[in-house]
Write a new protein. Structure first.
Lengths: 128, 689
């Protein structure tokens, strides 16, 4: 079964590029342009993994993470931050808060794909 | 023994036979001859002369008694009592002289002794009496004795001197009428009577002070001791009197000196306690107080200043007592101390100059002609002011009028005044030093703050660029990797889109770079200002067209122009930055689809641009720093931007000599108002700013 990844990114270009990459790699991609829309999307259809920017309008990445951690159904969904915030302390804080990954932009595709693969159990390929 | 009758001329008329018992001659040797040539005094010319003189006096009417010696048989000397008596006739004329000699005791030695003792006793008594008289006479104290009626019995030389009444005028007079002031006379009389009646007296046997009168009618203070002396007729009263005018004056003088010393101390204490932070006020108060306390006409406070080849005494304050004011600054001159070597030598070695007669005192005489004389200063008391180990100034106490003699207390007072002035100077220095220190501290703090600000700016710049550039860099990297990894699988329009993204990202980064460079240039003053006549409406139209296809794609950009008939003198590059940045902000910070409007009008002063949006608004806390470089309001952290936009706008407006204001409401929107003054379109040589 195809894994679903929710891409939460404010910048339309980056959102498009990341989604394009993941689709080319065989994932199903749901896009959300801010935290609020992300939570709505998760409520509607929980993804297998969330790829989330930190700084966004309306609801930022932190909040998204916290909300997810609060309810047991969503707490198990791995959340990877994909952010331009480069402070190392930020990385520590996010990981201790419950984030599953922390990737700094600009990122090598290989890094991102490797992280996702290790967090998702099971093949990325769809079953025939 | 001898009896003789003599004529007035001394010739013996008759003499008795017994007279010749002790002499070897008979009557015939004496009768008819002068008595003094008689055989009794043969070889003693001195005695003969004595008798002769005595007879002459008797002939004049005197009764004489002589003690004399006569020679007797056997060469004895006999002492006889010779009396010579005149015998008058009816008319009173001396007719005869009766001479009688009696005695004739032979106990010569015993007689001599008795005679001698008698003489001695009399001499001693006379001596004693004389001594007493001399003592009383020479006594400095008046010794006066009165009887029980108050009549003066004794009055010595001192009494004469003290009261001015001569003795012969006083003896027998009533004491109270002469020396007792009117108001005491009754009491004096009453006291006398009381004592005589009762034996009690308040004045007696004690030393008391009273007022007395002298012959000139002046009252003066005396000290007296009176005691009663018993005598034959009852009582006499003896008094020792002392004129204590001088003593009282000395005591008064001492009291006055003590009172003056106390006043000096009180004044100095008050001045010492005074708050000295008001430098000029304190100095003036010290000078005024010193002038008032010592009764001076002028006070001068002067400082020593180093000139090229001399030290000058420059008066800083001159206080005039009569008008209670100070000489205006413009009238203050200076004194080169090389012209006053003695004065300077004294003062600079921390000694006062005490000039009772300033015109002749060697230390001050040089001041006479052009300072002391014109101002009428006759006495000077100048004291040094000692500060930080040396004499820095002088306080001059100047007396006008009759020259005065400075007392030791006054000199001490003046020296204290000098010390108080030194304290005031020290307080002023301290205040100044404290102020300097505070200022230095403030400057250090300011420098630290600036450094901190710069550091913050730097870190903000670093974090801004790092953050802002990462997004376009990510776009480039991702696009590139996609093209590399999946190039064949992608449709050509997709490929074109990716390539476009790379270009856009590069454009974004370039723009941000330019913003940074722009700010850098404006900070260092390298921005050019080049006003050219411009059709502003047209300019705005073109600019907005660019915006609509660029950043303003998803917004509604409105433009309203109220028609500018004539071109305006503006620098289009600068104007472009202003409007572009404001519109960009409006677009960036407001929701998609909302309107961002530009209105361009013109008033008497110049151009007015208004840019309004319906965006997030500016929080009150950020308004102070809104136009600061790299400042980003707290509600825009998720919106891409360098934080330089408004800083650039501000710099540009400043360059054009305009100003910018805004109104904003959180969640509703923001409206910026920019005014650009214009100086006259035809004046191309006038740059703005």
């Amino acid at each position: 079964m195809m894994k679903t990844i929710l891409v939460v990114e404010n910048d339309p270009a980056l959102r498009m590029l990341t989604s394009q990459l993941l689709e080319l790699e065989g994932y199903k991609v749901i896009q959300a342009e801010n935290g609020r829309l992300a939570l709505e999307a998760i409520a509607a259809e929980p993804p297998d993994l969330v790829l989330c920017d930190l700084l966004m309008p309306e609801l930022n990445g932190w909040e998204v993470l916290r909300q997810l951690m609060q309810s047991p159904e969503t707490a198990t969904i791995p959340l990877v931050f994909l952010t331009a915030s480069a402070a190392p302390s930020e990385r520590e804080a996010c990981l201790s808060e419950g984030a599953s990954g922390f990737i700094i932009k600009p990122f090598q595709h290989a890094e991102l794909l490797q992280t996702i693969r290790s967090l998702l159990v099971g093949p990325a390929e769809s079953q025939p | 023994m001898l009896t003789a009758v003599l004529r007035p001329n001394g010739v013996v008329a008759e003499v008795n036979r017994a007279a010749f018992e002790s002499v070897p001659v008979g009557r015939g040797a004496a009768v008819g001859k002068p008595f003094w040539q008689g055989p009794w005094w043969y070889d003693d010319p001195a005695k003969q002369q004595e008798i002769r003189e005595a007879i002459a006096r008797t002939a004049a009417g005197e009764t004489i008694r002589l003690i004399t010696t006569v020679r007797s048989a056997g060469n004895h000397w006999l002492q006889v009592d010779l009396s010579l008596r005149p015998v008058r006739d009816d008319t009173g004329r001396v007719d005869w002289i009766l001479a009688e000699a009696a005695g004739g005791y032979d106990s010569r030695a015993a007689q001599d002794e008795l005679y001698r003792l008698n003489r001695e006793l009399e001499e001693r008594i006379a001596e004693r009496t004389e001594l007493m008289r001399l003592m009383i006479e020479s006594s400095a104290e008046a010794v006066v004795t009165i009887d029980r009626h108050g009549i003066i019995k004794e009055w010595n030389g001192a009494a004469e001197r003290i009261f001015g009444w001569p003795r012969d005028q006083m003896i027998g007079g009533r004491l109270s009428e002469f020396i007792i002031p009117h108001r005491y006379r009754e009491a004096h009389e009453a006291g006398l009577k009381r004592f005589l009646a009762t034996g009690q007296g308040t004045v007696l046997n004690r030393t008391i002070e009273l007022s007395a009168l002298n012959s000139a009618g002046e009252e003066f203070p005396i000290e007296l001791s009176v005691w009663p002396v018993r005598c034959a007729e009852g009582y006499r009263f003896s008094a020792f009197l002392r004129d204590i005018t001088e003593r009282k004056r000395a005591m008064q003088g001492a009291a006055e000196t003590a009172e003056r010393a106390l006043r000096f101390r009180t004044v100095l204490f008050e001045l010492a306690r005074m708050d000295k932070t008001d430098y000029k006020g304190s100095l003036l108060r010290i000078l005024r107080t010193a002038a008032y306390t010592l009764g001076l006409g002028r006070m001068v406070f002067g400082r020593f200043e180093e000139r090229e080849d001399d030290v000058a005494l420059r008066p800083e304050i001159i206080y005039r007592a009569e008008s209670d004011d100070t000489v205006p600054e413009s009238e203050l001159g200076g004194f080169g101390m090389s012209g006053y070597p003695q004065y300077y030598a004294a003062i600079i070695s921390n000694r006062p100059v005490v000039a009772n007669d300033a015109w002749t005192d060697p230390a001050t005489v040089e001041f006479r002609d052009h300072y002391l004389a014109p101002l009428g200063i006759t006495s000077m008391l100048d004291v040094p002011v000692w500060l930080d180990g040396r004499v820095v100034a002088v306080v001059c106490h100047e007396h006008m009028g009759t020259a005065r003699t400075w007392t030791a207390e006054e000199v001490g007072f003046a020296l204290s005044i000098g010390n108080l002035v030194a304290l005031t100077l020290e307080a002023a220095n301290r205040t100044q030093a404290e102020a300097d220190l505070r200022q230095a501290e403030a400057e250090v703090r300011k420098a630290l703050a600036r450094e901190q600000e710069l550091n913050e700016l730097k870190s903000r710049f670093v974090s801004m660029t790092s953050h802002e550039f990462r997004t376009p860099l990510t776009a480039i990297l991702s696009s590139t990797e996609l093209l590399e990894a999946y190039g064949e699988r992608l449709a050509s329009d997709k490929k074109a889109e990716l390539l476009g993204m790379i270009k856009t990202a590069v454009k974004n980064m370039t723009r941000m770079l330019e913003e940074v460079l722009f700010i850098g240039k404006s900070d260092t003053g390298h921005l050019q200002f080049n006003p050219q006549p411009t059709d502003v409406d047209d300019f705005c139209e073109q600019l907005l067209k660019e915006v609509r296809t660029g950043v303003g794609r998803e917004h509604d950009i409105e433009f309203t122009a109220t028609g500018h008939p004539a071109p305006a003198l503006v620098d289009t590059h600068i104007l472009r930055q202003i409007i572009l940045n404001l519109i960009s902000n409006g677009v960036k910070f407001s929701p998609k689809g909302s309107t961002v409007s530009l209105v361009c009008t013109r008033d008497a002063a110049g151009l007015v641009f208004e840019v309004a949006d319906r965006g997030v608004g500016i929080p009150p806390e950020d308004r102070a720093n809104l136009f600061n470089t790299f400042h980003r309001a707290r509600n825009v952290n998720n919106i891409q931007g360098t934080g330089l936009g408004l800083a650039i706008v501000k710099k540009c407006i400043e360059l054009h000599g305009g100003d910018i204001t805004y109104t904003s409401e959180l969640g509703k929107g923001t409206r910026f108002l920019v005014r650009i003054p214009l100086r006259g379109e035809h004046d191309e040589n006038n740059p703005g700013g």
